[in-house]
Design a protein around this ligand. Structure first.
Ligand code: COA
Length: 377
């Protein structure tokens, strides 16, 4: 059949220009808003990272204060949304389903139809949705957002009802900054595709959440934690890795579509996690994590000598989020709480210079069937 060259998975195809992030998969470089990830992640607040992506520059002090309070003012969700989240929790739907339902309702009651305003609202409200769902899952009532707390601190506060410690906030904030944007990953591509039809950013967020849910994208850190806890208990990383690979399964937290070296985000999160566990006096879990990584990388190299499979972001995400106290079932949703900053910035960038995203498929079906009425089939 006539048609363009087939490129399954769009690997290596460039479909947009962006100022938001740059990845070099061969050298393991990641630049976000002009900053190497390790510079941005460690010092910035999440609000600064979002402002950077939305405005292509860092905010001055007064702009940051204004932006912070603007986001804080947009955190509340209405009773109708809470009712949906309660139902999702009662039915034990996964957190990502609750996040998708909540995100889809993000413009309820806002009266705003402006993409920049809606983008801020979506970014502000995602932590509230996840936390309210989680509280219902615990049989508790949601905790109202705390206006005085920053975005990261308030998220932890709404999960537990207690103000988090500084190391917890710094650990979470480092995570949120590290994964806020990452080129044209699958969920960001979904978001850009939605707005390329001149649809709206709330619809884009809902589509992006659905895309992030899958284990090949954002769903890996929960299984990574299960694996780490199992090995922490058994003490035999090598047996675990070999058994997993021998049974034909993939080792979660390793391999990447773009990186052929260790994911630079793994380095940032590993340092943050190490610092956190050390300060908490809980070194033994982190030792298991490091030993697991060493063993896994060696065994994967034996297993696939012609394909470099290195540690990806999800591996240390699991270790760090466990440390700061994010429940395992919320790992992927917490990824969404961060990545929504990138999604929204990409949507605005796409809208600024829009072209409908519409690739082609190669037809491999029949072409000369003859219609048979149903009673003759
Ligand atoms: N464990 C074992 N084998 C792996 C692997 C892993 N984590 N990742 C890739 N491979 C193998 C594949 O089985 C494949 O082998 P084959 O050619 O014999 O079939 C080969 O390496 C190439 O993999 P491919 O599926 O082409 O890579 P991809 O670019 O499509 O996949 C991921 C990238 C991330 C989806 C993949 O590495 C993976 O599934 N990792 C585990 C899940 C994970 O950590 N996801 C989070 C990503 S940030």
């Amino acid at each position: 059949m006539p048609g363009s060259d087939l490129n399954r998975g769009l690997e290596g195809i460039t479909v947009a220009e962006t100022r938001l992030s740059y990845i070099d998969g061969e050298s393991g470089e990641l630049v976000i808003g002009g900053f190497p990830v390790k510079e941005l992640a460690v010092d910035a607040t999440y609000e600064e990272s979002v402002f950077l992506l939305l405005n292509d520059r860092l905010p001055a002090a007064d702009e940051l204060a204004e932006f912070r309070s603007d986001l804080a003012n947009r955190r509340e969700v209405g009773d109708e949304v809470r009712a949906v989240l309660r139902r999702a929790a009662e039915e034990e739907k996964p957190a990502m389903d609750a996040l998708r339902m909540g995100a889809a309702a993000a413009n309820l009651g806002t009266g705003e139809e402006n993409p920049r305003e809606d983008a801020r609202r979506v970014i502000a409200v995602l932590p509230t949705i996840v936390a309210a769902y989680w509280r219902y899952r615990q049989g508790a009532e949601p905790v109202a957002p705390h206006e005085e707390l920053g975005h990261a601190a308030n998220y932890l506060y709404m999960l537990t009802g207690e103000e988090p410690s500084d190391p917890q906030v710094r650990g979470l904030e480092t995570y949120l900054n590290t994964v806020i944007d990452h080129g044209l990953n699958a969920s960001t591509f979904s978001a850009r595709t939605v707005v390329s039809t001149e649809s709206d950013v709330v619809s884009a967020a809902a589509a992006a959440v659905g895309t992030l849910k899958g284990p090949l994208h954002g769903g890996a850190p929960g299984p990574v934690l299960d694996m780490l806890e199992e090995v922490h208990e058994s003490g035999d990383a090598e047996a675990y890795v070999r058994e997993t690979l021998e049974s034909g399964e993939r080792l979660m937290g390793f391999g990447h579509r773009v990186y052929r070296v260790r994911d630079p985000r793994a380095a940032v999160l590993s340092t943050a996690a190490e610092r956190f566990y050390e300060a908490a006096g809980d070194d033994s879990f982190f030792e298991t994590v490091q030993e697991f990584e060493n063993v896994a990388v060696d065994v994967l190299a034996e297993h696939k000598p012609d394909r470099r499979l290195e540690t990806n972001v999800e591996f240390y995400t699991a270790a760090l989020l466990r440390g700061v106290g994010v429940p395992r079932d919320l790992f992927t949703a917490t990824f969404g709480v961060s990545r929504v900053g990138g999604w929204m910035a990409h949507c605005l960038e796409q809208l600024d210079d829009n072209r409908l995203i519409r690739p082609r498929s190669r037809y491999v079906g029949e072409t000369d069937r003859t219609w048979t009425p149903v009673e003759n089939r």
